[in-house]
Each structure stands twice: as C-alpha cells, then as structure tokens.
Write a protein that binds this ligand. Structure first.
Ligand code: GDP
Ligand code: MN
Length: 392
C-alpha cells in the first residue's frame, strides 16, 4: 500500500527524522490559513499536490509562495490540476527550505539477498531510475542486516561516499532512521528524494544560519502482508486514490489482480489460478486477471467475483475453474447462476468444477444451460475460442 507524503512524513517524524513542519489543506482557504501559521518559519511555504505518483514537481504540482495571498492562489491552481490522470484533492503546505544541495536516500527490501538495501546518490531531486540508467556509478549501495540493523560504520561509510562528511552525524542518524522506519512499519520502501542540505532551517530571523540536513519529500510503501500487524496504519489508506475494484475485492476477501487480456479467470486457490493463467496462454489467449476466490467461498463471494471480472470491458469470455475441497461445487454453481442473472452484459462462460459436490454442480449448471468442461485444457481452449468468436 502506498501512502501519501504527509502520512509518510508522520512515520519519519515518529522515528526522530528531521522534517520541516507542515499541514494538509483541502481548499485554498485552508492552505491560506496553514501558510499564515507556517510562513514566519522561513518566510516562504512550499505547496505540494498530495497524489500517489512521482514527478509532481515536473508536472507543476510543487510551487513556492511568499505570502498567504500567494499561498491561496497557488493552492487554488494545484487543487484544480490532474497529475498523471489523478485529480488533486489535497495539498501539503510546508515551511519552505532554502536548498543548498539535494541528495537521494532510500531503504528498500532487497529480496535477492534478504537484506535491507540503502541506496544513496548525490544527484538528488532526480528519479533514481534515471541515475541508474545514466550514471550507475553515482549510486552508493549498502546492505543492512535485518536483525542487527545498519551498523554505525556502515552509515558513516555511506555519508562519506555521498560527500556528506560535513554532515556526518546527521547523515548517520537519518540513514539509521530510514531503516528504523522500515522495520517499525513493515515497509518495503522508504525513500527521501530530496534529502537536502538547507541553509538556516527554521529559527525565525536567522537567515544564513547553520546548514542542516532535512527530509523534503517522503515516499513510503507498506508491505500489504504485514498490514494486519499495524491496524493504526490502515487509516492511511487513501480511498480517493484506490482503484474501486481493489477495494471491492478486499471487502469480499478475494485476491484480485487486474491484467491486460480478454479472458476473465475465476479460480479457487492461488496455485491453481496461476496454472489456469498458464493454460489460457498456452491455448493462445491472454488472461484478463488473476483471481482467487479463496477456500470455502459461498455463493455471494462467487457473485462478487463475477462482478469484478465483468467490470473490465475488455473481458470477452470467462473461465471458471474450481477444485472443490473446502469449497463446495454446488455453492459455486448457485453463485454463478445468481451472478449471471445480475449480469449486465452477455459474456460467454466456460465452467469446470471438480471435487466436492461436482455432480450436483454439473446438474445445476446443465439446467441453467452453462457451457462446461471436464479437463482444464478443454476449459481453457473453449474459453479462448469463445472469446475469439464473441463480438464485443
Ligand atoms: P516530486 O517531484 O513529486 O518528487 O516532489 P518533491 O517534493 O521532491 O519536489 C520536487 C522538487 O521541488 C524538489 O526536488 C525540490 O527541488 C523542490 N522543492 C521541494 N521542497 C522544497 C522546498 O522546501 N524549498 C525549495 N526551495 N524547493 C523545494
Ligand atoms: Mn521527490
């Protein structure tokens, strides 16, 4: 789960990382009020679109303002924008920093070596993918042990290699803080871009004061599988930006991943769902989704799964493949019959149900005139053929 910058900054702050003060505003008037509280910090505020995509700056979603009037005006413009197709519904208003130099620093899960990887670069503000492509040697990589964490000497090495020796103590603290943020929240990415050396850094009336290192942007993704351990993080889910299909699937306990093909798949069990997708491909088709209705699915969950599949206008045929164990074939058949009654468009369906109560399922489906198959190969072939001949 991706979380918004403002929430990511809260998690950083909780681990003691330096983040300039901010507020979230949902209207130009709220932005104006926030600016009037934050302006005396550095004399300027930065107003930033809160959307879950990168490159907001380039898209015009990050702007400075020097007065509350200007803040209101800028917020109005940003709140009226769409960034990469996502409407901006809220902005972050923060005391703006006087930037000397921008760096990149992130902690990610390196699954290959089962360690936390710290990646840093002195080319901050630039997307790390771009640095990796144009100047790979500019990226510093350090692996931290998941149990011991980042050692002090490793953090110092990172600081020196980034050219942050002048800010050794701060860099060490921030690097360790990133790892701590990752572990405390079961995150798989904690990215600060830019991590910036700034002048002054807050004390009113002290321009040209000491340089400081601060986190100006924050991007965190949480491991969905670890979320059950952090009920407090659930409130950071942004319903404004979640795909409605994902929310619907979660509500019904269905594992659903949308893909690009035309054959909708409804299967019980993740392994069988993968196999089904392979066989669809072998039969010359492309799966429209991965969908696992889980064990013991009742008729209502089957009907919900069918709605999810049919909400994708690209779907031309549906393949239902159920291996009855805990899941009863007749329950699934009832669900399919009900789902077809509610169905808004007519899409051919091929059903294969084996295992528990398969005979009863076959009788029900036959009465309802469903196309059935006994082997998975046959089911996949029939579904692909039906999609080919089905005019949208
Ligand atoms: P992103 O484009 O979505 O990654 O948004 P960022 O928050 O990283 O902002 C983009 C750029 O805006 C940064 O790389 C900075 O150059 C600039 N920026 C962000 N915050 C401030 C700030 O407080 N002061 C100044 N002067 N520039 C900022
Ligand atoms: Mn950024």
């Amino acid at each position: 789960m991706k979380i918004q910058e403002a929430d990511a900054k809260r998690l950083l702050l909780a681990q003691g990382l330096p983040v300039p003060p901010w507020e979230v505003a949902r209207s130009p008037a709220e932005a104006r009020a926030a600016a009037s509280r934050l302006l005396h910090d550095t004399g300027k505020v930065v107003i930033k679109a809160q959307v879950l995509v990168g490159g907001r700056g380039k898209a015009g979603g990050v702007k400075l303002a020097g007065s509350d009037d200007e803040a209101e005006h800028v917020a109005d413009a940003i709140l009226g924008m769409q960034i990469k197709g996502i409407p901006v519904r809220k902005v972050l208003v923060a005391a703006a920093a006087d930037i000397v130099k921008e760096y990149y620093l992130a902690a990610v899960l390196d699954r290959g070596v089962r360690r936390i990887l710290l990646m840093g670069s002195a080319e901050g503000g630039v997307e790390i993918e771009t640095v990796a492509a144009t100047n790979p040697d500019a990226i510093v990589r350090i692996h931290a042990d998941p149990l011991i964490g980042l050692r002090d000497w490793q953090a110092r090495e990172l600081a020196f290699r980034l050219g942050l020796g002048k800010h050794l103590k701060a860099t060490v603290g921030i690097a360790r803080g990133l790892v701590a943020t990752m572990l405390a929240n079961d995150a798989d990415l904690v990215e600060i871009n830019p991590l910036a050396v700034v002048r002054g850094g807050g004390a009113p009336g002290s321009p040209g004061g000491e340089e400081q290192l601060v986190c100006l942007d924050a991007k965190i993704t949480l491991d969905d599988s670890g979320l059950f351990r952090h009920p407090e993080l659930e409130s950071m889910r942004d319903p404004d930006e979640e795909d409605p299909a994902d929310a619907e699937a979660r509500r019904h306990d269905i594992s659903f991943i949308h893909l690009d093909g035309t054959i909708g798949c409804m299967v019980n069990g993740a392994g069988l769902a993968m196999t089904t997708m392979d066989l669809v491909k072998r039969a010359g088709g492309e799966p429209a989704n991965f969908l696992d209705i889980g064990g013991g699915a009742k008729a209502d969950r089957v009907a919900a799964a069918m709605r999810l599949i049919l909400d994708d206008p690209k779907v031309q045929a549906i393949l239902v493949n159920i291996f009855g164990g805990i899941t009863r074939g007749d329950e699934v058949a009832h669900g399919l019959i009900e789902a077809r009654r509610q169905q808004r468009r007519d899409v051919p369906m091929v059903v294969r149900i084996v295992g528990t109560n398969a005979e009863e399922a076959a009788r029900l489906l036959e009465e309802a005139h469903f196309a059935t198959a006994t082997s998975l190969d046959e089911a996949a072939r029939k579904a692909v053929a039906a999609a080919g001949s089905h005019a949208p």
